[in-house]
Design a protein around this ligand. Structure first.
Ligand code: ATP
Ligand code: MG
Length: 622
């Protein structure tokens, strides 16, 4: 039974991790990976064991199907229970009907006792069934969250490679769907299909009464449709404004220092306030209408019951039905109409959840299943870049224009060029954080796209232009947040990057906690920790994007030493820089202009050419 199969949280999240493809015991070499399973991470080179754990294929569509299948399985069971509860609920009106029409006329105490015993049993069973379905729904909701949470986050992270990162919102969509699964609205939705059952029973009591209920149901339906039409727009507008306000709040929290320094607090608050006020205004408008229609439908329901009692009494006067039947029919009518009313009230929640669900399926279906890749031998670091073209999605601006070059393993390339020439874009492409519109980047002749992503990540080191560290200790940051990072590896990376001395000078050393904004580290210190992070593991390709923009003379020297270490280790290095001092340690220099190679060659050749050009320019200006 699905209900009993459900597990405590840890088990649920274990499942989630599996669904995300984080753990895929069936495709990995179990022995080599056994100690690493729990961490979900891999090993590192040099230990004789496979240097990393392969990630299984990310079957996002499959994860979605599995998640949904679990829900549907539970739903079938819930529907059976719902059938039970709805049939059993008829016992109360039947009891009433029997008492007034049979017991009171026959004056039989025995019948009364027997009836009561049966009814009490029915009510107890009904209550149990009802709670049972709520238990199952609640667990289904947890199951959905557990099964889909990790795949959605994983899909969102992959999708953000192409998008702007708003895919992460899909995780809150999952919350919405989960909330709906435990809401009273869903219970009402489930009960609605049984309304006809009650109506048939009322018809059996008397067709007139049945007609009243049918009429009312139709009226309630009309009210529901009008309500939906009248509130959809303001609710949508309210939600839009709310998400704008939230986005603004998020950027405020990220830029809190700038906001304070530039005294932008009033403006920031005003912008947030405007969106929030807009959201609240629309909310009030929508809720006003919603309340009116909800009250209307409640009034209709009460009036229906009065109409049934009145008309029923009239029929009783003519002897067509008994008094007990009238009251029983009225109770059944209330029972038939309640779920309809509940559905009307919860309609907006349903729409929101449906939209959220749509976004989830869209993300999961759009995310390509990532095939399992062959784990290749550890690369040597040969880098081939062929006719790279980059036109960012939605623009016509060509940022990289057919750029090609290649580097032998262990070579060091300095990339220079004006601001906006496309150096950072090239750097991102070399590490695979953006994909070229056309052209290839190959590491050891294999296109980056065809590498097993985890293996590729482990042999790449990258220091981006705007360094961001993760909240955690310096130790964790250097170890790329991996549980299986050993102290020796972290120390080795720090020594290679020549930052061990700097870290030792900090009051808490490697255990210094770094906040999301990088405090308490200075800009230069952050860059140097990021350099150590780049050296962690068995890096074969190192891409440094202006790693010295915040460094002092000592930092510059340390960086030069780090690059020398990389060279000694035969690591291929691409270093983007504006400072001539760093060019002393490189083998080759490439000058980028307008997204293409303007100059490429050994250091001395290029420097000579540049000096010649400078001399010519000076001649001209003279
Ligand atoms: N996603 C994008 N969409 C549109 N244009 C972009 C995008 N990314 C970069 N650009 C444009 O590409 C050009 C090159 O940017 P890039 O960051 O690569 O320059 P850079 O050479 O690193 O400059 P700097 O030395 O200032 O860091 C710029 O004109 C920038 O506006
Ligand atoms: Mg740049």
């Amino acid at each position: 039974m699905p209900l009993l199969k459900l597990s405590p949280e840890d088990q649920a999240f274990d499942k989630a991790a599996k669904a995300a493809g984080v753990n895929s015991g069936d495709v990995v070499d179990a022995q080599a990976n056994a100690p690493q399973m729990a961490s979900g991470g891999g090993g590192k080179g040099g230990s004789g064991k496979p240097f990393h754990k392969r990630i299984g294929p990310d079957g996002f569509a499959e994860a979605l199907t599995n998640g949904l299948r679990a829900v549907w399985r539970n739903m079938t069971f819930v529907m059976l229970l719902t059938l039970g509860t709805n049939v059993l609920i008829l016992s109360i009106p039947i009891y009433l009907f029997q008492i007034s029409d049979r017991v009171l006329t026959s004056r039989s105490v025995d019948t009364l006792i027997m009836l009561t015993v049966v009814i009490v049993g029915a009510v107890v069973v009904q209550t149990i069934l009802d709670s049972l379905r709520r238990f199952i729904l609640m667990r289904s909701a947890v199951e959905v969250a557990a099964q889909l949470g990790a795949p959605i986050l994983s899909a969102a992270a992959h999708a953000s490679l192409h998008g702007g990162g708003k895919e992460y919102q899909t995780l809150s969509d999952l919350q919405q769907v989960r909330g709906f699964l435990v809401s009273g609205t869903l219970i009402s939705f489930l009960d609605v299909p049984f309304a006809p059952l009650f109506i048939v029973v009322i018809f059996l009591v008397h067709p007139d009464l049945g007609m009243i209920v049918v009429g009312t149901s139709l009226l309630l339906l009309v009210i529901a449709l009008v309500n939906q039409k009248m509130t959809a727009k303001p609710f949508a507008a309210a939600n839009m404004a709310q998400s704008r306000a939230n986005m603004h709040l998020d950027s405020m929290s990220r830029n809190s220092q700038i906001i304070n320094a530039l005294a932008m607090v009033p403006e920031a608050v005003r912008i947030w306030g405007k969106d929030t006020a807009a959201s609240l205004t629309e909310q009030v408008r929508a809720q006003d209408r919603n309340i009116i229609f909800a009250s209307l439908s409640r009034a209709v329901r009460l009036l229906t019951q009065i109409a049934m009692l009145g008309w029923g009494a009239n029929l009783a006067l003519y002897g067509e039905i008994t008094g007990g039947m009238v009251i029983a029919a009225s109770i059944i009518a209330g029972r038939a109409l309640a779920p309809i009313e509940g559905s009307i009230e919860g309609w907006n929640a349903f729409l929101l959840s449906r939209a959220a669900y749509g976004r989830i399926t869209d993300l999961m279906r759009r995310s390509k299943a990532r095939f399992e890749r062959l784990v290749l031998p550890h690369p040597e670091g040969r880098l081939d870049v062929e006719r790279l073209l980059y036109v960012p999605g939605g623009t016509k601006q060509v940022i990289l224009n057919g750029l090609s070059f290649y580097l032998d393993p262990g070579e060091t390339l300095g990339v220079i060029g004006n601001s906006g020439a496309g150096k950072t874009t090239l750097g991102k492409m070399l590490v695979g954080s953006i994909l070229p519109t056309s052209g290839n980047v190959r590491l050891d002749l294999m296109d980056l796209r065809n590498w097993d992503p985890r293996q590729l990540g482990e042999c790449i080191g990258y220091v981006p232009q705007d360094v961001q560290l993760f909240p955690g200790s310096i130790k964790n940051n250097i170890g790329r947040m991996r549980d299986d990072a050993t102290d020796a590896d972290i120390h080795r990376a720090a020594v290679l990057a020549d930052v061990h001395d700097m870290i030792s000078a900090l009051p808490h050393g490697y255990e210094t906690m770094v906040a999301a904004d990088g405090s308490p580290l200075s800009g230069g210190q952050k860059q140097r920790v990021a350099l150590a992070r780049a050296f962690f593991g068995n890096t074969r390709l190192l891409v440094l994007d202006e790693p010295n923009s915040n460094l002092d003379a000592a930092g510059d020297r340390a960086l030069a030493r780090a690059i020398q270490h990389a060279k000694d280790d035969k690591i291929t290095v691409v270093v983007i820089t504006q400072k001539p001092s760093l060019l002393k340690v490189v083998d080759k220099i490439m000058m980028v202009a307008d997204g293409n190679v303007a100059l490429f060659g050994s250091r001395d050749q290029v420097l000579e050419k540049l000096a010649e050009r400078n001399a010519q320019n000076q001649e001209i200006t003279k």
